[in-house]
Ligand binder design. Structure first.
Ligand code: C2E
Ligand code: CA
Ligand code: CA
Length: 714
């Protein structure tokens, strides 16, 4: 019976009922369908036997309305409010024509005893009086479970035969009945062959489960569904990664009717996942562990050694000259060197040890070695560090170039302090490595707490340098350079920093930091401006007066160094003949060609150049032949021990004779005693003397007063 007809019959009956009251109740009760008649206030008026049967677990009529809980929509997951829905059918209260269709809705009802859910089709219709007043609301409830089963089946079949995923259905005995094309392709088996197999025989033959077949069957019996990641082997040496889903179709009595099996090939996803993992934990270039993996290993090791009261070492390795190699020979050479270093490290360590690349040219090593004491661990670590140095401090042959390599190694023994984290340990080893780098001879360095203090201080200074008001905080001091017997012919400019809170900070402390953080560029520019202006003023007093200015290698290698110097020269109007630029030996060695060109340009502009701290570099003297320099400054470390040390005497004598053959001016630094000056003057009266003996660095005013004007008047 279709619902429109049923409704019109009902409608007739209810009308009659209202007239004849109880007498016609049986008519409604006689309907095959479950019927409920509601009063205009939506309380039930009549509930027929079929409806009572259907809703038997809700005995009280009022529950039907007061507790809408037993109806749920969408597969019984969401509560359905019947009263609300009925109310929606009667508002707005404009009477719908008697012929209009009933409103329908699909809900699910769950039997609280068996938990079985049944789909129900609700069909409601409001009955109005001729005057437009609501008389009744009729609700007919159809059991749709038969339809639903058919729908489900159809859906499954459609899914099975239209999919890219491999699928099949089995019959009740478990034999494969409907393998789709994708399944045949994936398994490499013909339809006929498959049809002779059962679900379990296929599983045994081609599938590696992460669990047992038994467990899968158990889950199926409990939930009627199993799904999980599996390996599929269509051939002995082929592996696909797949998601296998098995659904069991069974009747209420657990008589298995079918299995529906889907297999989705996720080999691509699996491979992508592996690649992501590789990317996340390994260094692309060298294939070594990356910082993240190293960190995880270190974290585990730290916990392990803490628990077992044993000790181990963490090594931080840095290539000493990597940056210049990269700059000079290009990135591909740099990369090749890193690969070779990585290979060497891997070869000399065991497979269980962690070798990681944690930065550009930074490597980290964590071995499985254990020691019962801090001391023992230190000895072991020192031994290994020496071994590493031996393997890495050698020539590497790359793209027909031979690169000499040198490493700095920082080591921290751990556990160190109670609350240290893996991150702290990495920082300690890194600090030790930087300390090793700063030292010229000791390239293996163990962490000590004072290194951390140094870092904090460095950071403070770096920040203070970046934010400094140069005109307020910085001053130039001047130290006389004196000719024989005793007349000031020039001065060296020395930078002084008085920080408003940190106080006086000596240049030996802040210059290296300013160079590392490149704030030296700003400082150097400021110094050139002030010094050039000062030189111009003093040239007015003594036209021969020379002012020496320290130039940092960082400044010297800035592309616009010449340009800037020229600009300041023009701005101040200084005569470059009154200026000597002091360069260190290191400047000349790192790129002799560039240095040569730049010094030539400076000479052509009229500036004089000097080599500061001469004799402290490692280089050969051969470069001196090529450079158009004017002056050598003998480092104060050689002057300190003359005339006592015969070694130092020999060095000073040879520097002097070298300078003579080249016709270079000589300045001796750090002369504090008369006997030093006497020794030097015995060598040559042309030597200029700079040192506390003739004057400490002092302010411009003081300098002018004591060393310029006094001589003027003298
Ligand atoms: P430097 O260029 O070798 O400067 C000479 C250093 O020796 C100065 O130290 C000076 O005060 C000190 N000195 C002079 N006579 C004597 C002496 O008789 N005995 C002893 N023991 N020391 C003496 P200062 O001023 O502390 O500067 C240290 C270093 O800081 C300088 O070494 C230089 O490398 C750097 N520096 C100073 N001012 C500047 C600057 O304006 N620019 C750059 N780039 N570096 C600067
Ligand atoms: Ca100097
Ligand atoms: Ca010097």
């Amino acid at each position: 019976m279709n619902s429109a007809r049923l409704h019109s019959q009902l409608e007739a009956s209810v009308t009659q009922l209202r007239e004849e009251k109880e007498s016609k109740l049986e008519i409604i009760c006689a309907f095959h369908e479950a019927v409920i008649v509601f009063k205009p206030d939506l309380t039930p008026q009549i509930i027929n036997q079929q409806a009572k049967e259907l809703l038997k677990h809700y005995p009280q009529d009022s529950d039907l309305i007061e507790q809408p809980l037993f109806f749920r929509n969408k597969k019984a997951t969401i509560k359905f409010d019947l009263k609300q829905w009925l109310n929606d059918q009667i508002t707005p209260s404009i009477p719908v024509t008697p012929a209009s269709d009933p409103q329908e809705y699909l809900v699910w009802i769950r039997d609280p005893m068996t938990l079985k859910t049944t789909p129900l089709q609700l069909s409601a219709k409001a009955l109005w009086t001729e005057k437009g007043l609501l008389k009744n609301v009729l609700l007919v409830i159809y059991d749709r479970s038969i339809h639903a089963q058919a729908d489900e089946h159809k859906r499954l079949m459609e899914a099975a035969f239209n999919s890219y995923d491999g699928q099949f259905i089995t019959n009740e005995k478990g034999y494969i009945t409907h393998p789709n094309a994708a399944f045949c392709a994936l398994t490499g088996l013909e339809v006929e062959r498959l049809k002779s197999m059962t679900l379990t025989s296929w599983l045994d033959q081609q599938v590696t489960l992460k669990t047992t077949t038994n467990e899968v069957l158990q889950t199926l019996l409990q939930t009627r569904h199993w799904s999980g990641e599996v390996e599929l082997h269509p051939m002995p040496n082929t592996t696909f990664y797949a998601v296998l889903s098995i659904s069991m179709l069974a009747d209420e009595h657990f008589n298995i009717e079918h299995y529906v099996v889907t297999i989705q090939n996720i080999t691509d996803i699996h491979e992508a996942q592996l690649a992501i993992e590789q990317m996340a934990y390994y260094d692309d270039l060298t294939g070594l562990a990356n910082r993240r993996l190293a960190f995880e290993h270190l974290d585990l090791a730290l916990k392990h050694h803490k628990r077992h009261r044993t000790y181990a070492a963490l090594f931080f390795i840095n290539l000493d000259r990597f940056k210049s190699i990269n700059d000079a020979f290009g990135r591909s050479t740099g990369d090749a060197l890193l690969k070779q270093v990585a290979g060497t490290l891997k070869q000399m360590l065991r497979a269980e040890d962690t070798v990681a690349r944690v930065g550009g040219d930074e490597f980290l090593i964590l071995t499985q070695d254990k020691a019962t004491s801090h001391n023992q661990a230190t000895q072991n670590a020192y031994h290994l560090a020496n071994k590493i140095s031996k393997h890495l401090n050698r020539n590497f042959h790359i793209h027909e170039t031979t690169l000499s390599n040198r490493v700095c190694i920082g080591i921290t023994i751990f556990p160190f302090q109670e609350n240290d984290t893996a991150e702290d340990l990495m920082m300690y080893a890194d600090l030790a490595m930087s300390a090793a780098k700063r030292r010229s001879n000791q390239k293996i360095y163990f962490y000590e707490p004072s290194l951390s203090e140094v870092v904090i201080e460095r950071r403070t200074l770096e920040h203070a340098l970046t934010t400094a008001d140069l005109d307020q905080e910085f001053h130039l001091y001047y130290q006389p350079q004196v000719g024989y017997p005793n007349h000031t012919i020039g001065a060296e400019t020395l930078l002084r920093w008085h920080h408003p809170e940190l106080g006086f900070i000596p240049p030996d402390k802040f210059i290296p930091i300013a160079e590392e953080g490149r704030q030296i560029l700003r400082l150097g520019h400021w110094t050139l401006q002030k010094a050039f202006a000062q030189a111009k003023q003093w040239a007015a007093i003594n036209p021969q007066f020379n002012l020496s200015i320290n130039i940092s290698p960082i400044q010297f290698y800035e592309a616009d160094f010449i340009q800037q110097t020229l600009q300041i020269m023009r701005d101040t109007g200084v005569n470059p003949r009154n200026i000597t630029l002091e360069l260190t030996e290191g400047v000349l060695i790192s790129d002799i060609q560039y240095a040569l060109k730049t010094i030539e340009k400076l000479s052509r502009l009229g500036f004089r150049t000097s080599i500061d701290d001469f004799g402290t570099g490692y280089s050969s003297l051969s470069y001196l032949q090529k450079l158009p320099i004017h002056e050598l400054k003998i480092d104060k470390s050689f002057i300190a021990n003359v005339p006592q040390s015969s070694d130092d005497i020999a060095i000073v004598e040879s520097i002097i004779s070298l300078a003579r053959t080249k016709g270079l001016l000589i300045v001796a630094e750090g002369v504090e005693k008369q006997e030093q000056a006497d020794f030097l003057h015995r060598q040559s009266t042309d030597i200029l003397i700079q040192g506390y003996l003739f004057g400490q660095p002092c302010s411009a005013e003081q300098f002018e007063e004591q060393h310029l004007r006094s001589k003027e008047t003298a």
